[in-house]
Design a protein around this ligand. Structure first.
Ligand code: MRU
Length: 344
């Protein structure tokens, strides 16, 4: 598949009236698209991870604002701006870590502020642009990342930073797709406990494009690196601070530490919508804690159980453990404050 060909997998589809969302909780067993015409339901789809992955969350939220405008705008309804603002607030509360959500809502909010009359057409044009720009950024990053990696015997990825997590093509998986198209490489995916984005989503998504992949238990990563099988770890990001610290799926930090120990290079691939220049470093990133029930065997999911669970779903990798940050505006090697500033 070359980068201009249509992808087999799409997390989101917009038809002008409704947003179709592939329910990622049901993959890979069931491929079910649900139709959304109500922003509040889209907020719930984000919260419950039917749609997930930082850029896809931002795009879904942008379309949700269009749905909100369609629902609330009427010449006779003087409260429409307030009603849309309430939906935006609900969407902003759906998940805390991925900055793309707040970035997209901010753009939509600014567009609403510029409208005195019917806002629907302007909002729809903007949401479609956010979506199209994300796909274009992914293709650009795919090529830039592949230029850096060149020929390699093996790459490992974590979580799912593919078409399922974005408008299409993917960030980390976009680079991996581009590397694979230029010459074969062995691709390893960590299963990504506890939600299994690697096992349920990444290897499935690659298989849809006939790209072979090898699944490993998260706990096999050190041994994989020690075996010499991989030269790069390539991951996405949920938020990148001004100094280059990166929040991404829990387990990314462990991989970065292991990578340094084994001489493996660490690449983070993210559109500039994932950069958060307003925070100095990763300590300021809010890390989402999800329900204990996502981790605990059901016998412990009872009141007064002696066993509980700690379930942070992201971690922060310090910039000094990262070899390259790839964005659609360019690449920063050995990221630091000056490098990230050059991308903003
Ligand atoms: O909890 P998720 O599945 O939304 O987490 C997704 C990730 O951590 C991805 O690696 C990140 O959003 C980048 S997606 C291009």
């Amino acid at each position: 598949m070359n980068s201009t060909q249509q992808l087999t997998v799409s997390a989101l589809a917009w038809n002008g009236n409704c947003l179709k969302v592939l329910d990622q909780r049901q993959l890979p067993e069931h491929i079910i698209y649900d139709e959304y015409t109500d922003a509040k339901r889209v907020a719930e789809a984000i919260r419950s991870m039917r749609v997930r992955g930082a850029p896809a969350i931002g795009i879904a939220a942008a379309y949700a604002v269009v749905l909100s405008a369609k629902q609330h705008y009427a010449q006779t309804n003087s409260a429409w701006q307030k009603q849309i603002a309430e939906d935006i607030e609900l969407l902003a509360q759906s998940r805390p870590t991925a900055v793309n959500l707040f970035w997209a809502l901010d753009l939509m909010q600014k567009a609403i502020a510029q409208q005195t009359g019917n806002p629907i057409s302007a909002l729809q044009t903007l949401a479609e642009k956010i979506h199209a720009d994300d796909i274009a950024a992914n293709h650009t990053m795919g090529e830039l990342g592949a230029d850096i990696i060149g020929n390699t015997k093996g790459i490992m990825t974590h979580c799912n930073a593919g078409a399922l997590a974005t408008g299409g093509y993917g960030t980390a998986l976009g680079v991996i797709r581009s590397v694979y198209q230029r010459g074969s490489t062995k691709i390893y995916a960590g299963e990504t406990r506890p939600w299994l984005q690697g096992a349920r989503l990444t290897v499935w998504e690659l298989a849809q494009d006939a790209i072979p992949a090898t699944l490993i238990a998260d706990s096999a990563a050190a041994w994989l690196m020690a075996s010499g099988a991989i030269e790069w770890i390539v991951v996405g990001a949920d938020r990148i601070a001004a100094n280059g610290d990166v929040a991404n799926k829990i387990g990314t930090y462990s991989l970065a530490v292991l990578a340094r120990q084994h001489g493996v290079k660490m690449m983070v691939v993210a559109p500039t919508s994932t950069l958060d220049g307003s925070i100095a470093n990763g300590a300021e990133i809010k890390i989402e804690q999800r329900l204990q029930s996502e981790l605990l065997p059901s016998c412990y999911n009872v009141e007064n159980a002696l066993v509980d669970a700690w379930n942070p779903v992201f971690d922060v990798t310090p910039a000094h453990l990262i070899s390259a940050i790839v964005t659609e505006r360019g690449v920063v090697l050995n990221p630091d404050k000056d490098g990230v500033r050059s991308l903003l």
